[in-house]
Design a binder for this molecule. Structure first.
Ligand code: FE
Ligand code: ZN
Ligand code: FE
Length: 200
């Protein structure tokens, strides 16, 4: 089996992976509590459908068929994504779990595209590599977005934790000085709390 065959296997693997993601991303978007995170999942879904089209384009340039392989790696990552969706956490901690799963997906794709682009170039198939370089850029940007949201949520969750402590302290004060009002619940921007009843 020569380099071209290995490259085609990798390409078919990516095609399967992207198609699985088209089905999985709406579930992540639906689950995300943070509106920005929800939006970036939805945007990446749009990009992902474009990435499927690019792969089709590459296969037609190579005069090959895209089908015939199932990406088990992506199947496993999506399975773990479902576990994150089923977590019984609230707020930032819940979204942080989703990001952990989604970031693994991006890393997996980045590894796949990096390898296949190198193989295409090695085979002198520069034209076929070009659209995949665009896809690789999208994957990298998606990962960066996830990482920056992760940082924001970690900061917010630390702020929440100290807010809770203050609440507890002021509760104790309340029992002593009844006239003192409790600080208003500050709602975090871009974050919506899921109704407990939605989760089982
Ligand atoms: Fe992708
Ligand atoms: Zn795979
Ligand atoms: Fe991706």
């Amino acid at each position: 089996m020569g380099l071209r065959d290995v490259m085609l296997e990798e390409l078919r693997d990516l095609y399967s992976a992207e198609n699985q993601l088209v089905k999985a991303l709406p579930k992540l978007a639906k689950a995300a509590q943070d509106e920005e995170l929800q939006q970036s999942f939805s945007e990446h879904l749009e990009e992902t459908t474009g990435q499927v089209e690019r792969l089709k384009e590459v296969f037609s340039l190579l005069e090959e068929k895209p089908t015939g392989k199932h990406c088990k790696g992506m199947e496993g990552l999506i399975e773990e994504g479902k576990e994150a969706i089923d977590e019984e956490e609230e707020g930032e901690a819940y979204d942080i779990g989703l990001i952990g799963a989604a970031a693994r997906v991006e890393h997996y794709e980045i590894a796949g595209y990096t390898a296949v682009i190198a193989m295409l170039k090695g085979l002198g198939l520069e034209e076929a590599a070009e659209p995949l370089v665009e896809t690789l850029n999208e994957e990298n940007e998606a990962l960066e977005k996830l990482e920056s949201k992760l940082q924001d949520l970690i900061v917010a969750s630390a702020a929440d934790a100290s807010e809770d402590e203050e609440d507890e302290e002021s509760e104790e004060e309340d029992t002593v000085t009844a006239s003192k009002s409790r600080p208003a619940e500050t709602s975090r921007s871009g974050s919506k709390r899921r109704e407990v009843s939605v989760r089982n």
